[in-house]
Ligand binder design. Structure first.
Ligand SMILES: Nc1c(NC[C@H](O)[C@H](O)[C@H](O)CO)[nH]c(=O)[nH]c1=O
Ligand SMILES: CC(=O)[C@@H](O)COP(=O)(O)O
Length: 165
């Protein structure tokens, strides 16, 4: 299993540019908020640890992961100075196929935003079979995917900045 044996919170700080000049949006789903709040904390702390200022981070909440698509689209349209956006959600499998449709819809929708808009949108959506898997990946034994997403956001913001000329 990809995460097994790795820790989502571990990264080489020497390979992460200082992000003091960058501005980030974070859109957080309220479904499974015990998980998404942990992901948010991981992302927020990693952004700060790499130089991002408090006043350079904007947060919006949406009801569920499916609404991350519209929430991220609208945030990019509203704040034209953002360098990257992080979409945070936790989808946990239930009894029906709804899990499959939500996961597929959100992943495709976030992918579409990366194609249609010019701001990187980072996919920080856990898609777990049960709550324990989600706990393990939002600050538990496998680390915090929010940390991983923040590092990705910084690196993509730098890539976009370097490619601007
Ligand atoms: N079951 C989960 C959902 N379901 C709700 C959808 O995301 C969406 O809000 C609804 O279908 C209305 O459009 N959302 C999650 O984020 N996580 C789940 O486990
Ligand atoms: C991902 C979902 O929407 C899922 O948690 C809903 O649960 P169920 O499939 O039992 O209705």
């Amino acid at each position: 299993m990809a995460t097994e044996g790795n820790n989502l919170s571990e990264y080489d700080k020497n390979k992460v540019p200082n992000a003091k000049e960058f501005r980030f949006g974070i859109v957080v789903s309220e479904w499974n908020e015990n998980i998404t709040e942990g992901l948010f904390q991981g992302a927020y702390e990693a952004l700060k640890a790499n130089g991002v200022l408090d006043q350079s981070i904007w947060r919006w909440n949406v009801p569920g992961s499916f609404e991350l698509i519209y929430g991220c689209k609208k945030m990019v349209e509203t704040y034209d100075m953002l360098d990257a956006v992080i979409a945070i959600g936790s989808v946990i499998e239930g009894e029906t196929k709804h899990f499959d449709f939500v996961c597929q819809g959100v992943s495709q929708g976030i992918k579409d935003l990366n194609v249609q808009q010019d701001i990187p949108v980072i996919f920080c959506v856990l898609t777990d079979q049960n709550m324990q898997q989600a706990i393990d990946r939002s600050g538990g034994k496998h680390g915090n995917k929010g940390t991983e997403a923040a590092v990705a956001a910084i690196k993509m913001a730098k890539l976009r900045w370097d490619a601007r000329l």
